[in-house]
Write a protein that binds this ligand. Structure first.
Ligand code: GDP
Ligand code: IMO
Ligand code: MG
Length: 426
C-alpha cells in the first residue's frame, strides 16, 4: 500500500492536526516528516482540546504507531512536556511513539541564536516562533548538528559542549545577553527522560512496514507557502514543508507516495512577516480573525487574515502533486453577504494567474471574483446533503479552478464536525 501524505497548502495552521486525527483509524503508522515545535496542531474530541507540537496527531488512537521522523527537529524540553501531558491523559506514549535516531536536537543555544538573529534583523524580521528551528537546521546542513542517536554516546556531553562553544562565539558577535545554566540543566534532564522512548532507524522501520502492506500517513507541519525553496523566501521556515519533504524526512522513495491530501482554509491566514496578497486590513479581516479565533496556537499572536487566494493555492497544488483537497473552517465564512476569491493578480499593470517571484504589494494586487455568501450556521451539519447551496457553489468553483476534488469540508474544530464528500476516506 502506498504512503499517503497530508500537508498544508497555505501559510500553516490550516487544520492539519484535526484531519490527521480524523483519518488515523485507517492508518497503522503516522509519521511527522519535518519542522519541530514551531508547529501547533490542534485536536478536539469528547470536549477535549489538545495542541501537539512535535508528536504526530495520530497519538490519541489506540492502534496506530506514531513516528517522529529524521526530518524533524526536536527540543527535548518541549517534547517531554508534550509527553507528560499525554501520560496524564492516560495515553500510552511509551509503546506508541518512536523516535528516529537521525532526528536533530534543538539545543538551548539554538533558541538563543534564533532570538539574536531576529533581534538583529529589526524591521526585516521573519516573525519566527523563536523555537530555534532556523539555527538547528543550519547546524544540520552545516554538518555540526547533534542527533537523537548521539544521546546514547558516552561522549555526548563533549559533543554538546563543542557545539555550544561555537554558538557562544556566534552570540558574542550579536552582543546578545543571556543566561544558560538553568535552561541547560532542564535540557539535560529532558534528554535523560527521553531515553525511555524507543529509538529506531525509522527509514528501515517504515520501508519494512510498507513491504508488509501497512497503511502509512506522513504528516507535514507548517504550509507550502512557508517552504524553504518554494515559499515566500526569506519569510519562510527552514525545512521543506512540501510533499518532497516526506521523502527526505522519513526515507520514503518518491515512487512509494500515494495520495497527497492538501489542506486549506476556506480563506487565508498568515502569522509572522512576509507577503500576503489577499490580506484584509478592514472590519472584514477582523471579523474573520474573531470568528475563526485566528490567534497562534504556539505564540498566541493574532493571525493576519484575507480571502482565499487561488493562484497561490494552484501553485501549492502543483508543487505537491495534490490528489485531494480538504477545505477547513467553512463555518467561519457563514454570515458574509458576499465572499471574495482571488482568481488573478494585477502584476505591474498586467493580469497574471500565477505566483510571481516578487510578491511585494507595490507590484502585485489581487483581482477578485465575488460569490454569494450563506447565512446558515454550519457547525451542526453532519451530512454533505445539508450543505447550503451557496457553499456548494463555492466548493464547485474552487474545484473547477484548481482541477482537484475537495473530499472533506470541515465545519468546526471537533472530530465530528467533518463532512465527508468521499466516504472511503474513513
Ligand atoms: P494545524 O497547525 O494545521 O494543525 O492547525 P492549528 O491547530 O494551528 O489551527 C487550526 C485551528 O482551527 C485550531 O484551533 C483548530 O481547532 C481549528 N479548526 C480546525 N478545523 C476547523 C473548522 O473546520 N472550523 C473551525 N471553526 N475551527 C477549526
Ligand atoms: P503549523 O504546523 C503557522 C511561521 C512563523 C514565521 C515563519 C518562520 O502549526 O501549521 P520559524 O519558527 O519556523 O523560524 O518561523 O514560519 N510558522 C508557522 N506559521 N503555522 C506553523 O506551523 C508555523 N511554523 C512556523 O510564524 O512566520
Ligand atoms: Mg498550527
Amino acid at each position: 500500500m502506498k504512503v499517503d501524505v497530508l500537508l498544508g497548502l497555505q501559510w500553516g495552521d490550516e487544520g492539519k492536526g484535526k484531519i490527521v486525527d480524523v483519518l488515523t483509524p485507517k492508518y497503522d503508522i503516522i509519521g511527522r516528516f519535518q519542522g519541530g515545535p514551531n508547529a501547533g496542531h490542534t485536536l478536539e474530541f469528547n470536549g477535549i482540546k489538545h495542541v501537539l507540537r512535535t508528536i504526530p496527531s495520530g497519538i490519541f488512537h489506540d492502534k496506530s504507531i506514531n513516528i517522529i521522523g529524521n526530518g524533524v527537529v526536536i527540543d527535548p524540553i518541549v517534547l517531554m512536556a508534550e509527553i507528560d501531558a499525554l501520560v496524564k491523559m492516560g495515553v500510552d506514549v511509551k509503546s506508541k511513539l518512536l523516535l528516529s535516531t537521525k532526528a536533530h536536537l534543538i539545543l538551548p543555544t539554538h533558541r538563543l541564536l534564533d532570538a539574536a538573529s531576529e533581534a538583529a534583523k529589526g524591521k526585516e524580521k521573519i516573525g519566527s516562533t523563536l523555537k530555534g528551528i532556523g539555527p538547528t537546521y543550519m547546524d544540520k546542513t552545516g554538518r555540526n548538528g547533534l542527533r537523537i542517536g548521539d544521546i546514547n554516546s558516552p561522549n555526548f556531553k563533549d559533543k554538546y559542549n563543542a557545539l555550544v562553544e561555537k554558538h557562544k562565539q556566534l552570540l558574542s558577535f550579536h552582543n546578545f545577553d543571556y543566561t544558560l545554566a538553568e535552561i541547560e540543566a532542564d535540557w539535560f534532564k529532558a534528554i535523560e527522560s527521553l531515553k525511555i522512548l524507543q529509538q529506531i532507524e525509522s527509514e528501515h522501520y517504515i520501508n519494512e512496514a510498507y513491504k508488509n502492506n501497512k497503511a502509512i500517513l506522513a504528516e507535514g507541519a507548517q504550509g507550502s507557502l512557508l517552504d524553504i525553496d518554494f515559499g515566500s523566501y526569506p519569510f519562510v521556515t527552514s525545512s521543506n514543508t512540501i510533499c518532497a519533504g516526506a521523502c527526505t524526512g522519513l526515507g520514503i522513495a518518491p515512487n512509494r507516495i500515494g495520495n497527497v491530501f492538501g489542506i486549506f482554509k476556506a480563506y487565508c491566514t498568515r502569522v509572522g512577516s512576509g507577503p500576503f496578497p489577499t490580506e484584509l486590513f478592514d472590519e472584514t479581516g477582523d471579523k474573520i480573525r474573531n470568528n475563526g479565533r485566528e490567534f497562534g496556537s504556539v505564540t498566541g499572536r493574532p493571525r493576519r487574515t484575507g480571502w482565499l487566494d487561488l493562484p497561490a493555492l494552484k501553485y501549492a497544488v502543483m508543487i505537491n502533486g495534490v490528489t485531494e483537497l480538504m477545505m477547513m473552517k467553512a463555518d467561519i465564512l457563514s454570515g458574509f453577504e458576499t465572499i471574495k476569491v482571488c482568481t488573478h493578480y494585477n502584476y505591474n499593470g498586467k493580469q497574471i494567474d500565477f505566483l510571481p517571484y516578487d510578491c511585494s504589494p507595490e507590484l502585485l494586487s489581487p483581482i477578485y471574483k465575488e460569490l454569494k455568501g450563506w447565512n446558515q450556521d454550519l457547525t451542526g451539519l453532519h451530512n454533505v446533503s445539508e450543505i447550503p447551496q451557496a457553499l456548494n457553489e463555492y466548493i464547485h468553483f474552487i474545484e473547477k479552478e484548481i482541477g482537484v476534488p475537495i473530499s472533506i469540508v470541515s465545519v468546526g474544530p471537533d472530530r465530528t464536525q467533518t463532512l465527508m464528500r468521499k466516504k472511503e476516506l474513513v
